[in-house]
Design a protein around this ligand. Structure first.
Ligand SMILES: Nc1ncnc2c1ncn2[C@@H]1O[C@H](COP(=O)(O)OP(=O)(O)OP(=O)(O)O)[C@@H](O)[C@H]1O
Length: 346
């Protein structure tokens, strides 16, 4: 019998009064994967997570966690998930070790085991020596580590990290990356939301780009980068008076422009087009002085695929009645608007 995927989401919808936060999200996250959920502010990421953990009720569609329906099988679902949320929603009056023991107890771990388990996760995240400290007295970085410890206390199969490195310094970010990579290697499925594209690129096997409550695409970071257009800029020794017909039948090439000594080719997969370009220039007897390839960054692709609709209303103009039609496709992603330059950074 094949195992159900970690997440099996079909046409998930959420409306908060007149705001459509999720507009028919369908996603499958395989067991054991490190899956990224990327999107600008207001895209619906937190709503998505909150539905999984039972903090928000969906308006429509289905969501299953390892085969358990998030509403009908709430207990099983909740016990399978460890959530490190964005916000510091921690009991501030108890030493952190006790907070962990309470949490373990709440999930049915016997008291004798809970204490050992608490010590183990505190060691795992590197704050064991702070075990008798109250949450409020921890530094910002330690608070982030603690949230991770709390998510791990029940040894969940699915770990959800909602912007785990927001506002933390570079060293801690790297420490957290190392830790979550290890957890993933040990078999935990990880769902990560982040604004840091570098983080997604480094950690995730696959990412979904969510925008205005809709999935724009699901792909590996490498596949996404291949979709971007690269620029090959070639400096010529003595430019020809007319441009020969270069790369004429290469469908990856979007444009070839000559401006004085500088030849610019805009193409997908620039790294593969460049050698061909060099061969053709050589054949024409045109000497090259310099050549540079600028690859599109994942960040640019992300910006291209998402809009900056500050209202967060996912309607896109078709928010009429609750028709369950399922016609979205990737081409809707061709928004002209872009997120603000730093719109995704905090
Ligand atoms: N409780 C609520 N009541 C009304 N609207 C809400 C509520 N929670 C979220 N929204 C709206 O739903 C949309 C999606 O919000 P959500 O917090 O899920 O996005 P997000 O992708 O997590 O954003 P961020 O990256 O800023 O955390 C936004 O327009 C938001 O204003």
């Amino acid at each position: 019998m094949s195992q159900p995927p970690a997440l099996d989401i079909e046409n998930l919808r959420k409306e908060y009064n007149d705001v459509t936060a999720l507009d028919g999200v369908s996603l499958t996250v395989p067991e054991g994967s490190f899956f990224g959920l990327l999107g600008p502010n207001g895209a619906g990421k937190t709503t998505f997570i909150n539905i999984l953990v039972g903090l928000v009720r969906k308006s429509g569609g289905t969501a299953r966690v390892f085969g358990h329906d998030v509403e009908d099988d709430y207990r099983e679902t909740r016990n399978a998930i460890g959530l490190a949320p964005q916000e510091f929603n921690v009991d501030r009056f108890f030493p952190i070790r006790e907070v962990l023991e309470h949490k373990a107890g709440y999930h049915g771990v016997p008291a004798s085991e809970a204490a050992d388990r608490a010590d183990e996760v505190l060691k795992q995240v590197g704050i064991y020596d702070k075990r008798d400290t109250r949450f409020d007295w921890l530094s910002g970085g330690m608070k982030r580590r603690f949230l991770l410890a709390r998510a791990l206390i029940t040894d969940p199969d699915l770990l959800i990290l909602d912007e785990p490195t927001a506002g933390v310094d570079v060293q801690l970010r790297r420490d957290l990356w190392e830790l979550v990579t290890k957890l993933n290697d040990q078999g935990k499925t990880i769902l990560l939301t982040t604004h840091y594209i570098e983080e997604a690129e480094r950690l995730c096997d696959e990412v979904a780009i969510l925008d205005s409550g809709q999935v724009r695409t699901v792909a590996t970071p490498a596949e996404l980068k291949d979709r971007g257009t690269d620029r090959i800029v070639v400096e010529l020794r003595s430019p020809p008076t007319t441009l020969p017909d270069l790369l004429a039948d290469d469908e990856r090439v979007e444009a070839v422009d000559l401006d004085g000594h500088q030849l610019t080719v805009t193409a997908r997969k620039g790294g593969l087009v460049a050698p061909q370009l060099v061969r053709e220039l050589d054949r024409e007897g045109i000497e090259i002085v310099d050549l540079e390839i600028t690859r599109t960054s994942l960040e640019e692709i992300f910006v291209e695929m998402t809009s900056s609709d500050e209202t967060g209303n996912a309607g896109d103009g078709d928010d009429a009645a609750d028709s369950d039609d399922d016609t979205e496709d990737d081409d809707r992603s061709r928004h002209e608007q872009q997120v603000a330059p730093d719109g995704g950074q905090q």
